[in-house]
Design a protein around this ligand. Structure first.
Ligand code: GDP
Length: 415
């Protein structure tokens, strides 16, 4: 249950013991000592078809069983239809130096009949991590920033010995401006030394031809000769031909990590056998901070500029004017409040009109009632007056005879 969706904020952290020396104890030499107290944090992505040895290599790199062996994983019978993004985070420690390592995997990549869009969920994940960081930067309180950005992407090339596949080219073309791409030739032990050499040349030619930008360690003026030489050597090995293994064998009385063949053992940690050591050196011992810096200063910064420009925020290249995110948010908040106030006023007007209409209806029926009441009252009053008149006459003793009455009305009687 160590796997959690990369975008979810809750990260499952597992504690892992190291089986041997890895190299991040050297990290304090790369940055200021203050970071030692806080601990280091690194997020690495691995991409490649399943079975290319990604999990094995990650375990070999960090000398820890970060990925459980495949034999212990329940086989699933349903074939997933999309590329998933999964991440595993582990707190590891070496000589008192803490490293929070996150490995982001993309199971399903390149495994379908149609892999045209395989790169898309991966790019989306990388960009959504940039978005999450940008959102935090825009907050008023920026003290507790969570950085889930991908600092490096190991791209596993199948050891075909031919050329890059269209899928490889498409992936790298789509991703190279967003992440530090580090191409590796997977399972290099399946190729001969000559094959590896020719394959590397071909891959680099393809990368050049398609103008793909892979990670290049920057050279600094203040670098000493030794560092320059070390960098040059590391860079000359790209794409790293790697071998991963979680097994140890005895060679000349020493235990070594490697893969056993009938003719001998291919040693993971032997620079004569593969480039694993150089990859680890770059990723962990010498360039981890560099990769993080490049991610922040160049890749993220470019993304941020593109995003803000798309949002209509222009930066004048001649007069560099910093977009003030706090001010922008404040403006957005004011606009939102104005909109709410307008809606409220409109609703109130509608309500008042309705109330008025009801009131005038009520008033009208009240008037009607009153008029009817008045009519009835008048009729009754008249009846009462008539009756009173009759009574008065009766009481005054002048009964009205039928003749008198008839006479009164103008009739004459013949007697
Ligand atoms: P993933 O699917 O890319 O994570 O691949 P795994 O790490 O699970 O490895 C798939 C299979 O390839 C396993 O049987 C590994 O033992 C084997 N494997 C891993 N790395 C190497 C390697 O460098 N060389 C060879 N020959 N086999 C390897």
């Amino acid at each position: 249950d160590q796997q959690a969706n990369s975008t979810s904020s809750a990260i499952n952290v597992v504690r892992k013991k190291l089986a041997g020396y890895v190299g991040f104890a050297n990290l304090p030499n790369q940055v200021h000592r203050k970071s030692v107290k806080k601990g280091f944090q690194f997020t690495c992505m691995v991409v490649g078809e399943s079975g290319l040895g990604k999990s094995t290599l990650v375990n070999t790199l960090f000398n820890t069983g970060l990925y459980p062996p495949k034999e212990n994983v329940e086989p699933t019978h349903e074939t997933p239809q999309t590329v998933e993004i999964q991440s595993i985070t582990a707190d590891i420690e070496e000589n008192g130096v803490k490293l929070r390592l996150t490995v982001v995997d993309s199971p399903g990549f390149g495994d379908f009949v149609n892999n045209e869009q395989s790169w898309k969920p991966i790019l989306d994940s990388i960009e959504s991590r940039f978005d999450a960081y940008l959102e935090q930067e825009n907050r008023v309180n920026r003290r507790r920033m969570v950085d889930n950005r991908i600092h490096a992407c190991l791209y596993f090339i199948a050891p075909t010995g031919h050329a890059l596949k269209p899928l490889d080219i498409e992936f790298m073309r789509r991703l190279h401006t967003r992440v530090n791409l580090i191409p590796v030739i997977a399972k290099a032990d399946t190729l001969t030394e000559e094959e590896v050499y020719a394959f590397k040349q071909r891959i680099l030619a393809d990368i050049n031809y398609h103008k793909i930008q892979i990670y290049q360690a920057p050279a600094y003026e203040y670098d000493d000769q030794e560092t320059i030489e070390e960098n040059r050597e590391i860079m000359s090995k790209i794409p790293f031909a790697v071998v991963g293994s979680d097994k140890q064998f005895e060679v000349n009385g020493k235990q070594v990590r490697g893969r056993k063949y009938p003719w001998g053992v291919i040693e993971v940690d032997n620079e004569e056998h593969c480039d694993f050591v150089k990859l680890r050196q770059m990723l962990i011992r010498t360039h981890m901070e560099e990769l993080k810096e490049y991610t922040n200063d160049v890749l993220y910064e470019n993304y941020r500029t593109e995003k803000l420009t798309a949002m209509g925020i222009q930066q004048d290249p001649t007069v560099f004017k910093e977009v003030n995110p706090v001010q922008k948010m404040e403006e957005e908040r004011v606009a939102h409040e104005q909109k709410l106030a307008k809606m409220e006023a409109e609703m109130r007007a509608v309500f008042q009109a309705k109330v008025q209409e009801k009131e005038s209806k009520l008033k009208h029926s009240e008037e009607e009632l009153y008029a009817r009441h008045k009519q009835m009252k008048e009729a009754l009053d008249k009846q009462r007056l008539d009756l009173e008149e009759k009574r008065r006459r009766l009481e005054s003793g002048r009964p009205i005879t039928p003749e008198k009455s008839a006479k009164k009305r103008g009739f004459t009687f013949n007697k």
